[in-house]
Design a protein. Structure first.
Length: 698
């Protein structure tokens, strides 16, 4: 029986097609954009039933310091990325509320750089080793499709290193900013026969805006590609990071932040809180084309990460028989392999793409704890071997069953194994060895329909899960040893959206999402250097994401990204030693209800001059589950003025940046559920920086 809606559908489609028009086929191929994250092979974005944003090299580097991801990803809706002004704790990153509670590092979101996970098998990751100087693009995937990446995939961020230019090229860049900030980088790339190469080295230093927040960072990133034959391609990547004695100023109370945002918490000076990180990792990928429609891809990676962190824990607490001290010393080796088969064929005469594979990831960690004797390394208080393995099988099929419509189905099976062997068995401190296994099957399904040649309507749904990390397992509410009573959180995700291009010069995207999570992992207590986690009940995240990008007349470009998210507890629970009530309806901490990013840029091509104005607004952010306090909403503006000169094989560019030009005092990020009430991390006031780059092609 025909319904009115079904009868009206052809008329609606015809009207939209007439409104948005159809560009020539060649223009469509060039402009639609290609993404890899959603299917692990190149697909047009309009065919993907999910939210995927691509940030290209120009956005990542033009007029940007190239120090932090937070500089360039503000235009991605649903993504909240904050520079904490604390290089000892990495950035604060969340996608649709996933990852917002992380006190340090990044969790709840999967990070990859050239196929090498920057997220460990337990779900804890860091983005400091992302090299922006050589990045070709960054893909940000949100929604149900991210569940096909397994544990802690509330979203996925994939960085891809560019190939070297065809002509040998040497370039350099220099950043000079306030508070002793400077960065120098050198890059070389080229191609010789079947070999393509690119390499980058950089040195960064800052005295820090706040007291006791100085940092140094050295990075190297290299990539080598070899076309071994017409059907064989090999890629090698290597990445190193060294960050010695990075000072940690800790958070501030609300009163402290208001009185003097540059001050440091007294315990940071007393215990000389700091962190040293050294990391090396390398990977190799071979792609073998087996025929016209079959590709086999195999990857192997290995890495080593050494961390020593001095924390601010009172000596009387550190010295307790079952305490772990105030110095965390980690020696971590990690590695993995993956094997993917990609098949492009047909089903019932229509295009079919199938991707299947297996992944195995391992992290072996030697964890020691020592007394922090006022900044000096004291007696041993913890000694254990921790190991986590992740075994995964996945399959995904994408079938375009009509010229306009396609369906995607995927399934992933994940098994995560934790094991801990305790060697510190002294007096009242018993043998705390133990282990736990977690498993999950994540199905995903999606539909995409072309309303017009350059406009798609899509819907998708799926399941996901998030195990506790070793950090979250570290302490239990009573006794000693790891908290293996902690369970993974399970999520059900749904999304519907519209994306495409209006006429020639306007791109739009609109998405509504609904996520329900059971057994959300939350902070129970945080005191004396021990943060204990528990499972809460059900949470829900619903919201809208919208973005618009346009090439306007008179050499103007513009973009806007808006996010509205209602992230709340749907079930009441209690937390803390005082059994504080968290009623249903309370907001999830660390999540801003609204975020808005806007940018307007103008270029004068004849002179090489450009100017850009950025605006950023975030609503208030609660600091704990009780919603007892919040960082206030803020709106800031940034301005950059650029100049470019080209002569022969030379290209030279200069940029003057004025960030927070209205000199707004605001809190850039919050430390969720900090046990000392030091929730707030102040952001920079008005600040100036100068960037200079030069490039020579031989």
């Amino acid at each position: 029986m025909n319904s009115p809606a079904r009868a009206a559908a052809p008329l609606v489609c015809a009207t939209l097609a007439a409104l948005f028009g159809a560009a020539p086929a060649a223009a469509q191929d060039a402009d639609e954009g290609v993404v890899v994250s959603a299917t692990r092979t190149e697909r047009r974005n309009l065919e993907i039933p999910g939210s995927v944003d691509v940030v290209g090299a120009r956005t990542l580097r033009e007029g940007k310091p190239m120090v932090n991801l937070s500089e360039s990803l503000g235009g991605v809706p649903g993504l909240r990325l904050q520079n904490r002004q604390n290089y000892a704790q990495d950035l604060q990153l969340s996608i649709r509320g996933f990852g917002a509670r992380a006190p340090f590092g990044i969790r709840g979101v999967k990070l990859y750089a050239d196929g090498i996970p920057a997220t460990m098998p337990d779900g804890q990751g860091q983005a400091a080793n992302f090299n922006l100087s050589t990045a070709q693009r960054i893909e940000v995937m949100r929604g149900p499709l991210a569940g096909l990446y397994g544990n802690a995939s509330g979203g996925v961020i994939n960085l891809y290193t560019a190939d070297g230019p065809r002509r040998p090229t040497l370039s350099g860049d220099l950043l000079l900013g306030e508070y002793g900030t400077r960065r120098a980088g050198v890059q070389a790339g080229g191609e010789s026969g079947a070999l393509n190469y690119i390499a980058d080295w950089s040195q960064f230093h800052t005295d820090g805006y706040r007291e006791h927040s100085a940092a140094d960072r050295q990075q190297f990133n290299g990539k080598l590609k070899w076309l071994a034959g017409g059907n064989t391609r090999l890629s090698f990547v290597i990445n190193t990071l060294y960050q010695p004695e990075t000072q940690d100023p800790l958070g501030l109370t609300g009163a402290q932040a208001s009185d003097n945002p540059r001050q440091v918490a007294a315990p940071a000076i007393l215990f000389d809180t700091r962190k040293t990180v050294r990391q090396e990792q390398a990977g190799a990928t071979i792609e073998q084309r087996l025929g016209a429609g079959d590709l086999l891809r195999a990857s192997l990676y290995l890495g080593d990460r050494q961390v020593r962190q001095y924390q601010s824990i009172p000596l009387v607490v550190q010295s307790a028989p079952t305490a772990s001290g105030g110095v965390v010393d980690l020696g971590r080796q990690f590695g993995g392999l993956s094997l993917n088969w990609i098949h492009d064929g047909t089903l019932a005469g229509r295009p079919l793409s199938f991707t299947g594979g297996l992944e195995q990831e391992t992290m072996q960690e030697r964890r020691r704890g020592y007394i922090n004797f006022f900044g000096a390394l004291g007696a041993l208080k913890r000694d254990e071997d921790d190991r986590v393995e992740s075994s995964n099988l996945f399959a995904q099929a994408d079938w375009r069953y009509t010229e306009r419509a396609s369906v995607s189905l995927g399934l992933r099976r994940t098994l995560v194994r934790f094991d801990s062997r305790d060697y510190y068995i002294v007096g009242a401190n018993p043998d705390d060895s133990g282990g736990a296994n977690f498993s999950n099957t994540s199905p995903v399904a999606g539909l995409a329909y072309r309303l017009a040649p350059e406009l798609s309507l899509y819907a998708s749904a799926g399941r996901g899960f998030e195990t506790p990390t070793f950090t979250e397992l570290a302490y239990r509410a009573s006794g000693t040893g790891l908290n293996f009573d902690l369970k993974p959180s399970l999520s059900t995700n749904a999304e519907i959206g519209l994306k495409g291009r209006i006429a020639e010069d306007h791109r739009i995207a609109l998405a509504y999402f609904d996520t329900t999570t059971h057994d959300e992992i939350v902070v129970d207590t945080a005191a004396g250097g021990r943060t204990i986690y528990k499972n809460a009940g059900r949470t829900r995240r619903t919201g809208w994401e919208a973005s618009w990008q346009a090439v306007l007349p008179a050499n103007f470009d513009a973009q806007i990204a808006y996010t509205l998210i209602d992230a709340r507890y749907d079930e009441a629970f209690t937390s803390g030693s005082a059994a504080l009530s968290v009623p249903a309806g309370n907001k999830l901490p660390g999540v801003a209800r609204t975020s808005l990013y806007a940018e307007l840029q103008w270029r004068h091509f004849e002179t090489g001059f450009s100017a850009a104005l950025e605006g950023l607004h975030n609503s208030r952010v609660y600091v704990d589950d009780q919603n007892s306090d919040a960082a206030a909403a803020y709106t800031i503006g940034n301005l950059r003025l650029g100049f470019e000169q080209k002569k022969g094989d030379w290209r030279i560019a200069e940029t003057l940046r004025i960030d927070n030009f209205t000199d707004r005092a605001y809190i850039g990020s919050v430390i969720v559920a900090d046990g000392n009430g030091r929730f707030f991390e102040p952001a920079l006031p008005r600040n100036f920086s100068l960037l200079v780059s030069a490039r020579l092609a031989f």
